[in-house]
Write a protein that binds this ligand. Structure first.
Ligand SMILES: [Zn+2]
Length: 147
């Protein structure tokens, strides 16, 4: 009996992981916070001489940090707290919209979701090393829409 129970448990876990892969969704609260991030980074999405990244973090209690930028070329310093569950950061025009290897390493090392917002897409690097596209990004009436 004990053996059977253990097998069922493993199958259950495998199932849950399959459902998560490819199905990352962001909450309405997170979506609302993406709009000011998108607007802060708007110039970097179109101008090649302005390659700054912007970011904010989400904490386990549902609070968000302010948007910050280190104003460094293609680099960004993000402050992570013990209860940080997600990072949202932007990739400028000449950068791939996908999470970089550094982004993936940050997600794995700190057990956080590391989202990458670029002009047309939202991607995420997950703590288990999975990288996936959350959706296409559009701006409608000043709001960010993920499709
Ligand atoms: Zn990045």
């Amino acid at each position: 009996m004990k053996h059977l129970f253990a097998v069922l448990l493993l199958l259950g876990t495998a199932c849950a992981q399959e459902q998560v892969a490819g199905a990352t969704q962001i909450s309405p609260d997170e979506l609302a916070h993406l709009a000011p991030l998108y607007h802060a980074a708007a110039v970097s999405f179109v101008a090649t001489d302005f390659q700054t990244e912007y970011s904010f973090t989400e904490q386990a209690d549902g609070s968000f940090s302010k948007i910050s930028s280190s104003n460094e070329h293609w680099h960004n310093r993000v402050t992570l707290y013990n209860n940080t569950v997600a990072i949202f950061h932007t990739h400028p025009k000449d950068c791939s919209p996908r999470p970089s290897q550094d982004d993936i390493d940050v997600a794995k090392k700190n057990h956080v979701l590391n989202y990458v917002l670029s002009i047309y897409a939202l991607w995420v690097a997950e703590p288990d090393g999975t990288v996936e596209k959350v959706g296409n990004v559009e701006i409608k009436h000043g709001k960010v829409v993920i499709e």
